[in-house]
Write a protein that binds this ligand. Structure first.
Ligand SMILES: [Zn+2]
Length: 252
């Protein structure tokens, strides 16, 4: 892969970094990332990943844009209301970075279609808003040894966790939450509310983790959960151990 003059200009502020350079920028351009859900988290994740030059980005979302999404889903504008999120998001990303590959999946992820959708992507970013999808993605990434960068927001708080299932020591979501809550147990932001900026804070950290995992730089968040209190503005990195009776042990 040889850089064009335009690419060198576009990525110059990253290429100039010793820890990235031409070699790192090529790694980013050769990588592929699937973003699941383009909502409060998926919006900043998609914008940053396209801007920093991830070579191939897929976006999964079946929903249409609603007016109540606009307080936090910053990739959309008022004119987008009632249009499909994944296809609109792809159009916006094309404008941000026309030279990367983009693919929209206008569907809900299911156990039947997840392999078809995700198999051609190296890394999965979870920006979904329900536990059914979160556990589906966790189990798929675990089985297929893919890296998963996940985030969640509610009210004024947020969490980020990374699972690198190519590492034997990596815990999984089920180590952290042994019993998947049912939809009735969970208050998502539709009911609980959320301050829009939390999507930006958590989503940007998720995009930062994706870049670090691809580049192999810095300290990975794998094995920890980052808990952010947006009101007190505290960031706590809590050790997340593999549970000895979790499924993820059996499959290794
Ligand atoms: Zn586990």
């Amino acid at each position: 892969m040889k850089f064009t003059k335009k690419q060198i200009d576009r990525y110059s502020r990253q290429i100039i970094l010793k820890k990235i350079g031409v070699v790192g920028q090529k790694k980013l351009l050769k990588s592929s990332v699937l973003i699941i859900g383009v909502g409060g988290l998926g919006s900043p994740i998609a914008i940053y990943l396209a801007a920093l030059g991830i070579g191939k980005i897929g976006i999964v979302d079946k929903d249409n844009v609603e007016i109540s999404n606009l307080s936090r889903q910053i990739i959309f504008t008022t004119n987008d209301v009632k249009k499909n999120k994944s296809s609109i998001a792809i159009k916006k990303l094309k404008k941000i970075n026309p030279s990367i590959q983009l693919k929209s999946f206008n569907k809900n992820l299911t156990i039947q279609n997840i392999n078809q959708v995700a198999k051609n992507f190296d890394l999965i970013v979870d920006g979904s808003d329900n536990f059914r999808t979160r556990f589906l993605i966790n189990d798929y990434c675990l089985q297929n040894k893919k890296i998963l960068v996940s985030g969640a927001i509610s009210k004024f708080d947020g969490q980020v966790y990374t699972f690198n299932f190519s590492k034997k020591k990596s815990p999984c979501l089920r180590c952290f939450i042994p019993n998947a809550p049912t939809e009735h147990d969970i208050d998502n932001c539709e009911y609980e509310g959320v301050l829009g900026t939390l999507g930006g804070i958590i989503g940007s950290i998720q995009a930062n983790e994706v870049a670090k995992e691809i580049l192999g730089i810095g300290d990975t968040l794998c094995g920890y959960i980052l808990i952010i209190d947006g009101l007190k503005l505290t960031f706590r990195k809590v050790k997340l151990n593999k549970r000895s009776d979790c499924n993820c042990n059996e499959k290794k």
